[in-house]
Design a binder for this molecule. Structure first.
Ligand code: NDP
Length: 280
């Protein structure tokens, strides 16, 4: 890769950011397509986020991804939000459009693509349970509701946050039957039977802690398990599901698909299999 005065600059804002796989996959795609562009990690602490966005704009940076913990706060510093990002209330992709920075969210699309590609599941009319009520849960809920799920149970450690999401999204998706649960084995025992797909969008398991909240004895054999966390060794949830014979996968496919969608927004080009090949 040669950087010249013509090279377009992209990147990712996060805290921490050094473990992000996005530079590897985005640079692989720029190289594969022969584009004169480079993607760099920017470590930005929350107090510096507004200054960082203003600086990126002044420096003619063409676009960035946004990761933990900035996805929600960065909305306030956009010139405009795409409708989907506004509904989700979080941005993971910023695109320079003329003199404006426009906020998009490609996480939900990444999840739906990965569900199809990695688990071969079409969620239309299905009974789905989302574990978690944070930013990733919101992108999942909007994407799943758009796909026409029949019933959507939101189970969260802090039940109030799950309830707030139902109040936020029920008016936009009147055909979806929303339900709330706390994230304990006892509570899930009463609501999990008949579920076709469980999506983990909590951070539980991220640091290797055991995933001990699912009452496996009432999870039907037909149920698919999707963990947004990813790990080459297998996340605690994926290992537990696999051991019991459930069809399951981790969030690597979602990471790749959200990155491919961001790349298409920035360049108007399809990255093909470049990102998947760089990571898998
Ligand atoms: P947030 O901080 O916004 O939300 C975290 C969620 O996890 C909350 O619902 C929180 O519950 C719950 N939680 C945290 N710790 C525990 C615990 N010990 N036990 C039970 N619940 C817990 O994070 P995000 O929504 O942005 O991200 C969540 C996860 O999704 C992360 O692991 C992230 O890596 C992953 N992710 C993966 C993506 C991919 O492309 N594969 C994309 C985006 C996210 P409470 O409300 O009670 O605090």
């Amino acid at each position: 890769m040669t950087v010249s005065g013509e090279t377009k600059i992209y990147g990712i804002l996060g805290d921490p950011v050094q473990h992000s796989l996005s530079p590897v996959m985005q640079n692989a795609a720029f190289t594969a397509l022969g584009l004169d562009a480079v993607y760099v990690p920017f470590h930005v602490v929350p107090n510096d986020l507004e200054d960082a966005v203003a600086g990126l704009k002044a420096l003619q940076v063409q676009g960035v991804n946004v990761t933990v913990p900035h996805k929600e706060m960065v909305c306030a510093f956009m010139d405009r939000l795409d409708n989907e990002a506004a509904l989700i209330g979080a941005v993971n992709t910023v695109v320079r459009e003329g003199s404006e920075f426009v906020g998009y969210n490609t996480d939900g699309l990444g999840l739906v693509d990965s569900l199809k590609a990695d688990l071969n599941i079409d969620v239309c009319r299905k009974n789905v349970m989302v574990l978690g009520a944070g930013g990733a849960a919101r992108s999942a809920i909007v994407a799943l509701a758009r796909q026409g799920v029949r019933k959507l149970t939101i189970a969260n450690r802090t039940v109030d946050r799950a309830q707030q999401l139902v109040e936020r999204y029920q008016p936009s998706f009147p055909n979806v039957d929303f339900l709330v649960s706390s994230l304990t084995c006892e509570a899930l025992t009463t609501v999990v039977s008949g579920t076709d797909l469980i999506v983990n969008s909590t951070s539980l398991g991220l640091s290797g802690e055991s995933f001990n909240v699912l009452p496996w004895h009432v999870v039907g054999r037909q149920c698919y398990i999707y963990d947004m966390i990813y790990s080459a060794q297998g996340t605690p949830l994926v290992l537990a599901a696999r051991e019991r014979g459930y069809r399951c996968c981790d969030g690597l496919g979602m990471l790749i698909a959200q990155g491919e969608a961001a790349f298409r927004l920035w360049t108007g080009k399809d990255p093909g299999r470049a990102m998947a090949q760089a990571l898998r």
